[in-house]
Design a protein around this ligand. Structure first.
Ligand SMILES: [Zn+2]
Ligand SMILES: [Zn+2]
Length: 324
């Protein structure tokens, strides 16, 4: 499913299987999750988009061809491919454990072809072996919603009272991880979205309400997954002195101006960008231990446009997954 022009629909396109180059593998896709970032790619909201592009960066599949110079992976092995698809390895960020900020990265489904396809080519160094536990569909949302969620949870600090703004694919995974860590989760949804609030409570949220409401007690930290800048001052208002607000999306509408007193008293406002391979290794190892259960809605690959439209409209809980 190819995007030829921002603002357009994805188009079903026949492309002959490509051969993996040096250091690359070819993966027969078993499932690929649909992420909010895919909507930003579609809408042309991110700079330097490669066109045409095959979106999709929550890929689960099996290796069916291996390029020269790849070690430690074998034909038939199940792997996952995340958003971070390549790094340069030599820039100041790569050499200081911040490869998520690499100066010359490639991102799966954005600047290199991704997984809304029957097969894809990946840099072997950025493919995580997934083992055989769990279905392809259940694992797919872990590759971005889970990974970025995990990174944002770490950046939020160790506070016990955690707010999650936007209760979609990432938050439904993070809520389970946060609960496992002994935290209390306060879930903020679109105002009036009762089904999302019920969904949050079913996953153990202590409290769920609209994003226009204040939580019953001040929060230690809040993570914003919705791409809505208006949530920033609301989240700052909801955290205690010294609390932290983390913006976890790649794109957000403009943040409205707000009184300085919302930031005063050592409140912090930070963003989270991308992931490191270490995030992936850490989280994918922990996920079965935590017992994370993903809520998924499956669509055939050729229904990708419908899946994206349903994501935009909030027509399902949890995550959408495409199956070729
Ligand atoms: Zn994503
Ligand atoms: Zn780099």
């Amino acid at each position: 499913m190819v995007l030829n022009e921002p603002g357009g629909d994805l188009e079903w396109t026949y492309i002959a299987d490509r051969q993996p180059g040096p250091g690359e593998i070819r993966i027969k896709v078993g499932a690929c999750g649909v992420c909010r970032t895919d909507l930003h790619v579609l809408d042309g909201e991110l700079p330097d988009l490669k066109l045409p592009i095959i979106p999709g960066h929550e890929i689960v599949g099996r290796i069916d061809a291996i390029g020269v110079g790849v070690n430690g992976l074998s034909i038939g092995e199940r792997v996952g491919v995340p958003w971070l698809g390549h790094t340069c390895g030599v820039c100041p960020y790569c050499t200081s454990l911040q490869e998520n900020l690499c100066d010359r990265p490639l991102f799966t489904g954005y600047t290199r072809d991704g997984g809304f396809a029957t097969a894809t080519i990946a840099d072997a160094r950025f493919a995580f072996p997934l083992g055989e536990v769990g279905s392809d569909v259940a694992l797919a949302p872990l590759l971005c919603a889970g990974l970025i969620g995990w990174r944002s949870l770490g950046i939020a600090g160790v506070g016990k009272k955690l707010g999650l703004y936007g209760f979609g694919a990432a938050a439904h995974i993070v809520a389970q991880a946060a609960k496992w860590q002994g935290r209390s989760v306060f879930a903020f949804t679109r105002p009036g979205d009762v089904s999302a609030q019920d969904f949050a409570r079913s996953l153990g949220a202590t409290w769920a309400g609209g994003s226009d409401e204040m939580p019953p007690e001040p929060l230690d930290a809040a993570i914003i997954y919705a791409a809505v800048g208006d949530l920033v001052p609301l989240a700052l208002k909801a955290v205690r002195k010294g609390g932290r607000v983390v913006c976890a999306g790649i794109h957000m509408s403009d943040i409205p101006s707000f009184p300085y007193r919302l930031l005063w008293e050592e409140r912090q406002l930070v963003s989270v960008a991308n992931l490191t391979r270490q995030d992936g290794i850490d989280f994918l190892k922990l996920a079965p231990e935590i017992g994370i259960v993903t809520e998924t809605t499956c669509y055939p690959l050729n229904q990708a446009n419908q899946a994206l439209a349903d994501l935009r409209a909030g027509r399902f809980e949890g995550a959408a997954v495409l199956v070729p």
